[in-house]
Design a protein around this ligand. Structure first.
Ligand code: PGA
Length: 304
């Protein structure tokens, strides 16, 4: 990761996973940092997502927020953290989260609110002052049948309402093994590019489906290769400026241990973190030994 103008941490509780491949109670976070950019590439941010349990109660959510609030991370000027709980916990998290961290929704409806029972509109998020939304996560694409075009429509509508979007793309294992990775992520990106002209408020999250919640992280070289392809695609099909300034973050089994090497890749601008977001590791300080949350390591890795 090159020095960025800012990087962002994005967190959300996952409302769909049953805990089969991910510990319950995970929260996604993203981070961004803010030093004075000297060139356009330094405007690129870093994004990390933390996923917190689908069975979370209000008490559990409060506990998780307390952990985040107590985390000693780089100053807010350097790192921005965004937490994305399920919809029902958004107000609670928003009101109790430290002021230098922000919140995001995990999804929103594709057009203006109306008779779409069970959906949450972009307008509602704006009304609640929720700045970010995650769209096109692979689970929604796979389990809920969201097509590239539908995700593109969602991104366009959310952006038009002033929301900032984390747009997820990524290939399945089968697609990777058949050599179709670039084609798949390019098509997913194209469906978005066809529908928006302003990329300022869009972060692309590259999440290989085979790496999400599996413990099988992409190697730094694999991640860099796809990020670089995505940037080339943006350069060729959108503009050099958008290619240079758009943050492309990596997601899929990121943890405190592998985040540093991934972050060192020039086109990896941050992370989308699920399972590791609320894990802890033993403190190095044996005298005052307390377990430390991994998200602190991940944030710090992303800012090197
Ligand atoms: P993971 O999750 O970090 O547990 O692989 C990533 C995600 O949920 O998108």
């Amino acid at each position: 990761m090159r020095l960025r103008g800012w990087c962002k941490i994005q967190g959300y509780w996952d409302a769909y996973r049953g805990g089969t491949h991910r510990p319950e109670g995970v929260l996604r976070l993203g981070l961004h940092r803010g030093s004075k950019p000297a060139s356009i590439s330094e405007f690129r941010s870093v994004f990390v997502n933390f996923v917190v349990g689908i069975n979370g109660t209000g008490e559990e959510v409060t506990k998780l927020v307390t952990t985040l609030n107590d985390g000693k991370v780089t100053s807010p000027d350097a790192v921005e953290v965004v937490v994305s709980p399920p919809f029902v916990f958004l107000p609670l998290v928003k009101s109790s989260l430290r002021s230098d961290f922000h919140v995001a929704a995990q999804n929103c409806w594709v057009k203006k609110g109306g008779a779409y029972t069970g959906e949450i509109s972009a307008e509602m998020l704006v009304n609640l002052d929720i700045p970010w939304v995650i769209l096109g996560h692979s689970e929604r694409r796979a389990l809920l049948g969201e097509s590239n075009e539908f995700v593109g429509d969602k991104v366009a509508y959310a952006v038009s309402k002033g929301l900032k979007v984390i747009a997820c793309v990524g290939e399945t294992l089968e697609q990777r093994e058949s050599g179709a990775t670039t084609e798949v992520v390019s098509a997913q990106t194209k469906a978005i590019a066809d529908r928006i002209s302003d990329w300022t408020n869009v972060v692309v999250a590259y999440e290989p489906v085979w790496a999400i919640g599996t413990g099988k992280v992409a190697t730094p070289a694999q991640a860099q290769e796809v990020h670089s392809e995505l940037r080339k695609w943006l350069q060729k099909n959108v503009s050099a400026e958008v290619a240079e300034s758009t943050r492309i973050i990596y997601g899929g089994s990121v943890n405190g241990a592998n985040s540093k090497e991934l972050a060192a890749q020039p086109d990896v601008d941050g992370f989308l973190v699920g399972g590791a977001s609320l894990k802890t590791r033993p403190c190095d300080d044996l005298v005052n030994s307390v377990d430390l949350p991994e998200f602190v390591d991940i944030i710090n890795a992303a800012t090197v």
